[in-house]
Design a protein around this ligand. Structure first.
Ligand code: 3UK
Length: 509
């Protein structure tokens, strides 16, 4: 049903097309010291496009590494790369030289645009990967920076004529253990994600103000914090170094109406909610990790808002199963959003009926295309994308997350999904965060172990271990209770908010 012209440049859709549609003077991007209307953003992007072509001599199809925190220039640089027909390869701000070098080599990247604040690691990466020939800095007025060079450029630039099926984005997965995988996406994919979840489920409107934490280098953030608002003429607030407290403060200050972040961040925001007036906030989207019922309920009690849970993946570009408002159900991620199909596959690879735990398979306008990676055949099976998640569908077509397929625990012949035990522990008043994994055990194959962060660390004791074990036993089948519990000050997490279970398994083994 989504139809795009055969030739389309997605940057034009976000910029001059919006200006033509009457949004010229509407605020497109805001940050601490910047406010750009759609006309101003378009002019800036055009000037940067001239720098890319005149000064960097880039040609369509070149891959350009981008490195920056969430700020207006980072956004403008991504859009400029698209405008000149190049391929944006945004990288997570916290990546170190070695990790950047893996990406540079894998995607054979010759040019980079880098925020001055994050130059050091890229510099080190460049000496590891000499294939990267030119780096231009932005957010600085040193000589030859993007900012100084663009100042003398024309604010007119006609977008390079690209095909709807030209690659414009290579997004790397966080790669929990193995090598990070590059996923390729077309100009039309970028538009398709804006025309699916935001319209059908989020139902965002032109007057919405979008805010949140995921980096623009993570497709959750790129879509939610930049592309979704630009697609409809709404406003994107881009802020760096947000904490649970400063995000709430910013929601109040910028009168934000739609917030995107991960479950753990919402949990951490809870205790600060009463200090702010959040009347502007209308919708909150949670993704990246499973949303425990306890978090959904506490958030609703504190704010009156029904959380919009959604599962997305870098391979799929954005969210494909979700539910909002009265359609949302505690304990379920939601249903396949319009445009996408989803089913659960049994052990033989056939669609399973309701009530069976199996591998999640999805299909829709976007899908997985790994960049030169043999794992493509593991992800795409007969046209279906296998996300690596174990899910169960109920009789009403709602999808219930169980675990990552690799994280299912088998203990004494029983299957245990760690997140189900985490859900219970999170309801206990002493528990702030937790993660449940399987550890090798001679007798049982695996045992269930819980890593727990207490609200008050001084409460850690053998007695509390026993209390938590009994609490789990009285809430779910007793064989699921954690035979081992270890208290921690914090859980290891990725920049995208996911618990690094492999680290806990290594630590515990
Ligand atoms: C897990 C979830 C349960 C799941 C992402 C929104 O997370 C994103 O992409 P990644 O490539 O990871 C994908 C994997 O993360 N996951 C994400 N959301 C949920 N599990 N409930 C959820 N709501 O294992 C999935 O396979 O980092 C999320 C939009 C864009 C994204 N790239």
């Amino acid at each position: 049903e989504l139809q795009y012209p055969e030739r389309i440049n997605c940057a034009s859709a976000f910029l001059e097309e919006m200006v033509q549609k009457g949004f010229a003077d509407k605020l497109a991007i805001r940050s601490a010291n910047t406010q750009w209307t759609y006309a101003e953003l378009t002019a800036k992007v055009n000037q940067i496009a001239h720098v890319l072509v005149d000064d960097m001599h880039l040609v369509p199809g070149n891959r350009v590494l981008l490195r920056g925190a969430n700020n207006p220039m980072m956004a403008a640089c991504i859009l400029a790369v698209w405008k000149v027909g190049c391929i944006a390869v945004p990288t997570m701000p916290l990546l170190r030289a070695k990790e950047l070098s893996v990406i540079i080599n894998k995607a054979q990247i010759t040019a980079a645009l880098c925020s001055a604040a994050l130059h050091e690691e890229l510099n080190a990466a460049q000496s590891l990967s000499p294939v990267l020939q030119q780096v231009k800095l932005f957010n600085t007025d040193v000589e030859n920076s993007v900012d100084t060079l663009m100042a003398n450029k024309s604010s007119q630039f006609s977008a390079v004529d690209t095909a709807a099926e030209d690659v414009c984005l290579i997004s790397f997965t966080s790669g929990t253990t193995g090598m990070p995988k590059g996923t390729m996406h077309f100009h039309r994919d970028v538009l398709a994600i804006c025309d699916c979840f935001p319209r059908s489920t989020l139902q965002s409107q032109v007057n919405d103000v979008f805010i949140g934490t995921p980096p623009l280098a993570f497709t959750f953030g790129l879509g939610g914090l930049l592309l979704f608002p630009l697609r409809i003429g709404a406003t994107a607030v881009l802020l760096e170094k947000l904490t649970p407290e400063t995000l709430l403060k910013a929601i109040e200050e910028y009168q934000a109406s739609i917030c995107f972040t991960a479950p753990t961040f919402y949990r951490q925001m809870l205790s600060f909610v009463p200090q702010f007036s959040l009347q502007s906030l209308k919708k909150t989207v949670s993704a990246g990790e499973a949303l425990p019922v306890a978090t959904r309920e506490a958030w609703q009690a504190a704010t009156g808002l029904v959380m919009i849970d959604g599962i997305g993946a870098t391979e799929m570009l954005h969210i494909f199963i979700s539910a909002a408002g009265t359609d949302a159900r505690a304990g379920a991620t939601g249903k396949a959003i319009p445009g996408y199909q989803a089913c659960v596959l049994d052990e033989e690879g056939k669609p399973a009926g309701a009530g069976v735990i199996g591998r999640l398979a999805v299909k829709g306008p976007t899908g997985c295309r790994y960049l030169a990676d043999e794992r493509q055949k593991n992800y795409v099976y007969q046209g279906w994308n296998l996300t690596g998640d174990a899910y169960e569908m109920d009789a009403d077509g709602y999808f219930h997350y169980r675990a990552r397929t690799d994280d299912m625990i088998i203990t004494a012949g029983y299957n245990v999904a760690g997140p189900e035990v985490e859900e219970v522990l999170l309801k206990h008043p002493d528990v702030a965060e937790c993660a449940v994994v399987g550890l090798p055990d001679e007798e049982r194959g695996q045992i269930v172990k819980a890593f727990v962060v207490l609200r008050d660390a001084t409460k850690a004791s053998d007695a509390l271990v026993k209390t938590l074990q009994d609490y789990v036993k009285s809430n779910v089948a007793p064989y699921k209770y954690p035979r081992a519990i270890e208290f921690r000050d914090a859980l290891p997490r990725t920049e995208t908010g996911k618990v690094q279970r492999f680290k806990l398994k290594q630590a515990g083994a």
